[in-house]
Design a protein around this ligand. Sequence first.
Ligand SMILES: Nc1ncnc2c1ncn2[C@@H]1O[C@H](COP(=O)(O)OP(=O)(O)O)[C@@H](O)[C@H]1O
Ligand SMILES: O=C(O)c1ccc[n+]([C@@H]2O[C@H](COP(=O)([O-])O)[C@@H](O)[C@H]2O)c1
Length: 227
Amino acid sequence: MLHHPLEIPNRVRPGPSISARSVAGPEGTVYLSATSQINISMTNGGKTTLTNSLLKSLPNCCVIHQDDFFKPQDQIAVGEDGFKQWDVLESLDMEAMLSTVQAWMSSPRKFARAHGVSVQLDASDTHILILEGFLLYSYKPLVDLYSRRYFLTVPYEECKWRRSTRRYMVPDPPGLFDGHVWPMYQKYKREMEANGVEVVYLDGTKSREELFHQVLEDIQNSLLNRS
Ligand SMILES: Nc1ncnc2c1ncn2[C@@H]1O[C@H](COP(=O)(O)OP(=O)(O)O)[C@@H](O)[C@H]1O
Ligand SMILES: O=C(O)c1ccc[n+]([C@@H]2O[C@H](COP(=O)([O-])O)[C@@H](O)[C@H]2O)c1
């Protein structure tokens, strides 16, 4: 996971890393009074990259990273295939993640301040929460809370290549991608589709800039349409 400069690296601190930032909208932009939860999915699709760009451009924006809710290594089950099952919902403390989201919902301003970020006071009073994670659309209590669901996808070869360049807190053992990561990705995506969860698919092979502008515009439009 790439980290925003405001963040302390994953799990070095006692709690989840919340990034937040208050920024003025571009001159002439009207942000309506709203609170929105937005989220972005798929391993190595470019979620963190996109999230970091959005964080700099959206007003009163906080980010919660799902990776911060992995259970400790000794609680991760080993599957019949011999791999630790990191890519299943049970390996994440989703109840804790839900509580964190609920804390933001009950008072976005207090939440941002509690995480050391001064919130911009303006007439629009817009607050945005981005949830960034690879398994966000399979946990029903959260799925229903999102205003906008984005799903970044990249083809198998690209995903495998990007993953091979990453170093996680627990490095991937040989064969993990083909033996566990990709099959679980496919399984959860199939389930999400079968459950009729509506997402906006994003082509993760587009340039970082193109993705950023596409999503920023979409968020701004959806905020305006909520009036
Ligand atoms: N649009 C993009 N095009 C090409 N490479 C990208 C793009 N977005 C991210 N990357 C690269 O892919 C890798 C994974 O990106 P990251 O944002 O950390 O993914 P995620 O958070 O979804 O796992 C990084 O090396 C990053 O620089
Ligand atoms: O962050 C960790 O501690 C960690 C430990 C083991 C595995 N992971 C991997 O993190 C992946 C999700 O993160 P990301 O940034 O690729 O979306 C997921 O595919 C897991 O296999 C992450």
